[in-house]
Design a protein around this ligand. Structure first.
Ligand code: SAH
Ligand code: ZN
Ligand code: ZN
Ligand code: ZN
Ligand code: ZN
Length: 509
């Protein structure tokens, strides 16, 4: 799956889907498959196809929808592969073994017991990331255990649990308080009464915290997330263990019913879906999932759309709008707690590239003036401080929060660091090499951002294999191992030098 900001493995798919011709893997989404996809511990797998030199290889294969690291889920099966009864049975047993040890109901029972305990007996094991009942203490006595867990702490599990940021499968980037407060305020100002939180545990808990503290706010929230640890803190009607890359409810029909009931309550009025998927996630399967959630909500024959906030980096704009043409990108910069780079304004090193995509008319979405956002009457939307209205483009054109300049030759606004190159016939970084390949992001290979703003920057070693291969071919220098998921260690000095150069260039853009 995807992790926020770990745009690898399966993202090979995305990168190459955007730019055919490079080697990579693409996801194949069949609307009406002849045979159902085989199951891994994370639900139905996805069908992939290898693409090299712009050509699809004929043999397709199934792999995990959620995990892009084989260490997390090593499912692999050729599309045309026939498995023996014994292997199928072994797989089923494996899938069962991988499920959480406790059922959803057992978790709820434990939680109810836990809150009855006196403060001094409420313990949380930090190693196992688990609330302990007195019967569990012995088993965890060697572990680091936190005591005196207050009700306030129980209401903020995202602060108690350590974010799963190292795991490719589940990197969690939690909203900074500023952004989370802004979102809750916005949802409330827009009049929503129910929020379906898909992969937004911190937003979920803040909504509930406000609802319990403030008599005027009655917003309800339901969290769908693959992080099973959250099931310790919520009743069945406020958390479902869910995979957003294949719309799989781990607890079957009961959980699906919880979600459907939640969406359809009040005839579907007053509900919004807010999602902050791992940025490495493939846009297509996410879009398919969101359409299923929309269908679950939808009243017959209506053209109304389920209001959605999809939080994702700005460079996915065209991709998202391709699947959801009614979506607009807002200028608001979403900040994260555990992502030093993406702190707001000058506190972090860079401005956050993460934005909100929505089908709510932008003129209804008021961005905080005290943070410099202003209303542009021509564009009818709030824009960031330095995003100036260009009279030639007739729009506030900046995407990254900096002031962009209009180029009359390109007939559009371009990043401030770019100049027009008469050889290439378009604007580019002054240091670009003219006839050379377009300089995409060195880390993930996307063309529309640089390494310095890549969501993956915190995990620089995990370079997307496809991109690595492609860059390699370009430099045409040496052979390297391409073992899946493994960082490349044996980089030649020459290559290192080249890379440093490229990184420097990108950082200066
Ligand atoms: N900013 C959000 C967290 C976003 S991090 C907040 O503060 O609330 C991405 C979230 O998506 C994590 O909670 C992670 O557990 C969840 N996630 C990752 N892969 C998922 C999947 N396949 N299905 C459902 N949720 C997933
Ligand atoms: Zn899996
Ligand atoms: Zn404007
Ligand atoms: Zn312009
Ligand atoms: Zn130009």
């Amino acid at each position: 799956m995807a992790t926020l900001r770990d745009r690898l493995g399966a993202v090979e798919a995305e990168g190459s889907a955007n730019r055919r011709g490079s080697a990579g893997v693409e996801v194949v989404l069949l609307s009406d498959p002849a045979t159902p996809a085989p199951l891994c511990p994370h639900g139905p797998t996805l069908l992939f196809v290898k693409v090299s030199q712009g050509k699809e290889e004929t043999r397709r294969f199934y792999a995990c929808s959620a995990c892009r690291d084989r260490k997390d889920c090593d499912f692999f099966q050729w599309e045309d592969e026939k498995l023996s009864g014994a292997r199928l049975a072994a797989r089923e047993a494996h899938n069962r073994r991988c499920q959480p040890p406790l059922s959803r109901t057992q978790c709820v029972e434990r939680y109810l017991k836990f809150i009855e305990l006196p403060l001094s007996q409420r313990k949380f094991c930090q190693r196992c990331q688990q609330l302990l009942l007195p019967g569990d203490w012995e088993e965890h006595q060697e572990h680091q255990v936190k005591g005196d867990i207050s009700i306030t702490q129980l209401k903020r599990p995202s602060r108690l649990l350590s974010p799963l940021e190292n795991k490719k499968t589940n990197a969690q980037y939690l909203f900074a308080d500023r952004s989370c407060q802004f979102l809750v305020g916005l949802l409330s100002n827009l009049g929503f009464r129910r929020v379906l939180c898909v992969g937004t545990p911190r937003l979920h808990e803040l909504i509930r915290l406000k609802a319990s503290g403030d008599k005027n706010s009655h917003i309800k929230s339901l969290l769908l997330d693959i992080d099973f640890r959250y099931s310790q803190f919520y009743m069945e009607d406020s958390f479902c263990h869910y995979n957003m890359f294949n719309h799989h409810f781990f607890d079957g029909k009961a959980a699906l019913d919880v979600c459907r009931t939640f969406l359809q309550e009040d005839k579907g009025e007053g509900v919004i879906m807010v999602t902050d998927p791992p940025f490495g996630g493939l846009v297509e399967p996410l879009a398919v999932t969101f359409k299923k959630l929309i269908a679950m909500w939808k009243k017959d024959n209506s053209h109304e759309e389920l209001p959605i906030f999809w939080i994702f980096p700005y460079f996915f704009e065209s991709r998202i709008c391709q699947f959801f043409p009614s979506f607009h990108m807002l200028d608001y910069q979403v900040d994260y707690d555990n992502h030093a780079l993406y702190k707001h304004g000058k506190t972090g090193r860079k401005q956050s590239p993460v934005r909100i995509f929505t089908n709510i008319p932008p003129n209804k979405i008021v961005l905080p003036v005290e943070e410099g956002y202003r209303f542009c009457p021509l564009c009818q939307r709030y824009v960031s401080l330095e995003n100036q209205h260009c009279e030639h483009c007739n729009s506030c054109t900046s995407k990254d929060g900096r002031k962009w300049n209009h180029c009359f030759l390109c007939k559009k606004c371009v990043k401030p660091s770019w100049i027009h190159c008469s050889t290439c016939n378009h604007c580019a970084l002054p240091e670009h090499s003219c006839e050379g390949p377009k300089d995409g992001c060195f880390i993930c290979g996307e063309l529309d951002h640089k390494r310095s703003t890549c969501p993956d920057i915190s995990t620089p070693k995990k370079v997307n294999k496809a991109v690595r291969k492609q860059k390699q071919r370009k430099s045409n220098k040496m052979k390297m191992e391409t073992t899946k998921g493994q960082p490349v260690n044996h980089t030649s000095v020459k290559k290192k030098k080249k890379r440093r150069e490229r990184v420097r260039q990108n950082l200066c853009s």
